[in-house]
Write a protein that binds this ligand. Structure first.
Ligand SMILES: Cc1cc2nc3c(=O)[nH]c(=O)nc-3n(C[C@H](O)[C@H](O)[C@H](O)COP(=O)(O)OP(=O)(O)OC[C@H]3O[C@@H](n4cnc5c(N)ncnc54)[C@H](O)[C@@H]3O)c2cc1C
Length: 561
């Protein structure tokens, strides 16, 4: 007998965890999560210990280990793309930085045809529903105070943070008390998915508290290879587990495999550009040329400095110190291992033409690349920076019918005039901040890119050779009305156009990447999608004013004063 579920969720990652919880709130709904990775065990230090964040990426036990095709505008470099392969998905291996994005990102979403219910006023209540912003004032109307996602802030107490914030002010920028509140633009401490010294992943927030629900089944090490169709109706999902193939029958299929796997699985199942599918011998179920297109991401570079004072976290990278640091964490969840170290940063506009911040800074009181490779200095620090809403677009396509074969993907980083210009601005504006008096006692020289990189051409050449993905692939099955031939997902139901009972709820459904890290937007999207799937009355829009450079929104009649 084939097992039958009302909802089969493919992928137990960030969005999948939210959906698993919300769709099983009604005990009459029988819900199954199929997750290819293993459980996010409480004993697994590489997941649970915040400062261990560089270690899971690149290891097959945690990471799908994708790679781009040779990037045509980066001298053919292939860019490595980590993706979580474990319960909690990428939120179990990510940098734990919490950023909602700018309210203007959602005004941009909402301005597209058919997308009115995704503007800032409509998404704000969902951000608030998911959050428990522990550092926010309990009366702050912009933040959520009793949601499942516990968020600590900063504390950004290392003197390097203070110097960096002061230098930003000296360079003409502002401080802001909360980049996720009224005003994003400016510098200050960041919220993080860390609670009492432990990673607070999506699975920890949404799945751990509901372990006893009888109507939710979570099956790990279950690799989904396809969706079965009868015409345009999905009848079931096939997966491989413990060396055997299985099929479950599904009332509704919800794809939540992330921005790489979701379009891959749709294409493998016959949903995509018909010509491409036929060329691989796959019979199209529905011709949707937008599947895998519109690929967006953030490219980022590390600008590193050495520091003449013994205040950075550089010594923590010394292998001889690690056992002591680990012990402090094991005994009391304390010490340098109890934080992600991305405790603060800022958002700026790099030129007068942009309406809202197009550069994000993460400041780190240590000079180390994301893969753990440390800079050659006794003490150091760095910023991560890069354009936030580049107009470069990439695409993702399966190469064969084999579900195990990674798809071909190209991001076209640096392919546009705007993108290249913003990169040059990013490096120059960073140097300007680091040259301010407040940084003088701490800055004994730029390590990377270094003083030999000065002209626009040299800067771009360095970016080509050195920049990495900030790990925010998205938008590969974008929401939009059926009249848009490149739209894949209906914004009012999350259903895939042309299919009866298949939905997409993850980073793929975003129409445009937001101007910060994208985990929070994915959680918000899944919270709102859960209501749409269940046919619940959506939360009421909240028309709150927000900071926008040079515009008084109340005066402009955009929001009520
Ligand atoms: C190393 C790293 C660092 C990052 N740092 C940050 C950060 O600090 N802050 C931030 O906001 N964002 C960060 N991100 C991005 C953010 O975590 C992701 O954008 C977000 O988690 C994506 O959510 P998702 O639900 O779309 O996909 P995921 O969370 O990736 O979930 C997809 C899930 O589906 C499963 N799956 C995929 N294919 C199959 C299949 N065929 N069968 C069964 N299961 C399948 C996967 O194993 C995975 O568990 C980072 C990402 C990475 C990888």
């Amino acid at each position: 007998m084939t097992e039958k579920f009302d909802y089969v969720i493919i992928g137990g990652g960030s969005a999948g965890s939210v959906l698993g919880n919300r769709l099983s709130e009604d005990k009459n709904n029988k819900v199954l999560i199929l997750e290819a990775g293993r459980r996010d065990y409480a004993w697994d230090l590489l997941i649970q210990m915040p400062a261990a964040l560089p270690f899971p990426a690149g290891k097959s036990l945690y990471d799908w280990k994708y790679e781009s095709d040779p990037e045509p505008y980066m001298d053919g470099r292939r860019i490595k793309h980590a993706r979580g392969k474990v319960l909690g998905g990428s939120s179990s291996i990510n940098g734990m930085i919490y950023q909602r994005g700018n309210p203007m990102d959602y005004e941009r979403w909402g301005a597209d045809e058919g997308m009115e219910t995704w503007n800032f006023a409509h998404v704000l209540p969902y951000f608030k529903r998911l959050e428990n912003a522990l550092a926010a004032d309990p009366d702050d109307p912009y933040r959520g105070h009793d949601g499942p996602v516990k968020l600590e802030r900063g504390p950004a107490k290392n003197p390097l943070f203070q110097a960096f914030f002061d230098a930003a002010v000296e360079a003409g920028y502002n401080r802001t008390p909360d980049v996720n509140g009224y005003r994003q633009e400016g510098f200050g401490p960041f919220d993080k998915h860390v609670y009492k010294g432990r990673r607070f992943s999506a699975s920890r927030a949404y799945l751990d508290p509901i372990k006893s629900r009888q109507n939710l089944t979570i099956r790990t090490r279950a690799f989904v290879s396809g969706i079965e169709f009868d015409g345009t109706k999905a009848t079931g999902v096939t997966y491989r587990r413990n060396g055997k193939n299985h099929t479950v029958s599904a009332g509704e299929v919800v794809l939540a495999g992330g921005a790489i796997n979701t379009p891959q699985l749709l294409q493998l199942s016959g949903v995509g550009d018909a010509e491409h599918l036929e060329s691989l011998g796959i019979k199209p179920v529905v011709n949707l040329p937008g599947v895998g297109e519109n690929l967006q991401d953030h490219l980022e570079a590390y600008i590193q400095y050495s520091c003449p004072q013994p205040v950075s976290q550089q010594p923590s990278l010394n292998k001889l110190r690690m056992p002591w640091i680990g012990l402090q964490w094991l005994l009391g969840r304390k010490g340098p291992a109890a934080t992600n170290h991305f405790e603060g940063g800022g958002f700026i506009r790099s030129n007068e033409e942009v309406d809202y911040p197009n550069l994000m800074y993460h400041f780190l009181p240590v000079a180390v690349r994301y893969d753990g490779q440390k800079a050659d200095t006794k003490h150091g620090f760095q910023v991560h920076v890069g354009p936030m809403y580049s107009d470069a677009r990439g695409s993702l396509k399966i190469r064969s019918k084999d579900p195990k074969e990674h798809p071909s993907m190209v991001y076209n980083y640096l392919s546009t005039e705007q993108d290249r210009r913003e990169w040059i601005e990013a490096v120059r504006l960073t140097r300007n901040i680091m040259d301010q008096p407040a940084m003088k006692p701490y800055n004994s020289g730029e390590i990377s890119p270094g003083p030999s990189v000065q002209t626009d051409e040299e800067i771009l050449e360095w970016v080509k050779q050195d920049a990495e993905t900030a790990l925010h692939p998205s938008c590969t099955a974008k929401m939009g009305p059926e009249s848009d031939p490149m739209a894949v997902v209906d914004p009012k139901s999350m259903k895939v156009h042309g299919l009866d009972n298949v939905r997409v709820v993850d980073a793929s459904a975003m129409p445009y990447v937001t101007n910060g890290n994208i985990h929070a937007p994915v959680l918000m999207l899944a919270e709102k999608a859960a209501d749409l799937i269940l046919g619940k009355e959506p939360l009421k829009p909240e028309y709150l004013d927000y900071y926008r450079h040079g515009v008084d929104l109340a005066e402009a009649g955009v929001v009520k004063s």
